[in-house]
Design a protein around this ligand. Sequence first.
Ligand SMILES: [Mn+2]
Length: 359
Amino acid sequence: MKDIRSRIGKILDGSGIDYALVMNTSSHDSNFTYLTGIYSGSFENSIVIAGKKSAKLITTQLDYGVAKENQAKGLEVVCIESRKDLLENMQELKGKTIGINGNFLPYGAYIRLKKEILPKKMIDISDRFLHARQIKDWDEIELIGIANNIVKKAFSRIEERFYSGMTEKELAKIFDSMMLDYGASSQSFDTIVCFGANSSVPHHVPDNTRLSENSFVLIDAGAKYKGYCSDVTRTFIFKPDIKSRKYRKMLDMYDTVMAAQKTALEHAVPGAYADSVDIAARNYIDKIKGGMYKGRFTHALGHSVGIDVHDGPGFSPAAHYKLEERMVISNEPGIYIDGFGGVRIEDDVVVLKEGSKYL
Ligand SMILES: [Mn+2]
């Protein structure tokens, strides 16, 4: 049985807030997963109220079974039939200071809750949720590790599925079904597959472009496992013509990105500033070979990975916070040359006392 009390503590301690309230709508607030430890079921319109002494999951008949089956230590599960039931179960919030996730809760729902609950005040604690979730517990790191193993296994077998003339969409479909075969519950996000020059567009959507020889194949994908994401990118060269200039250029881009990624990993130690890790990789790319790739690394180095694939602050020139043990952040430098192609290599890093390592 999971114990979610330490998670509630991380959010409430020192905040002056009596209860954190997380409410799903027809879509799912990932903080709901965080506070309940439950990754299955839909839990539409379900609510968690988490105080220092007690926490309650309020749901309906639709998800009650799942909730009871996966009930965490320190979390009461209540089944309601009506709005009246709901309000009765939230009586304890009256006159209290309530923290909500302003990044998710719709304004209409917020106004209605405020009218019905009559709290002392309701304040946005979305930053506290983000910060609490930035430092993973070991259970979470294990699940992100399994999600990584799944996508990496698919990467280890994908090259044998390449053939001349296949489309990006076909390859994306193959990759997705491999991840499911290897144990993913779903994808973390829509798989990106880019052939040739399309790889110069970091968020290209797979289309009917056909695979040709001596060109890039960039795949950016993630498996989801028990509610946790992975996010990994590999760039291949399909049937290289090793004597061609194009090949030498592709290989040089690849080697440069690989070295930048390695440099970043070495900088990602506890106590280092997150922006310094981005800058280390960016400087490496900008300065090599008289600046031939200067400015071609066009996005941030990485983002936090967890219940959401973009789980919070990561490595970017603007991320001035200190790295701490058990943060999980993607390390994904790239070089993009319009009309020619791009290379990105991405792995998920866990920050550890003795230095960082890939999951
Ligand atoms: Mn990523």
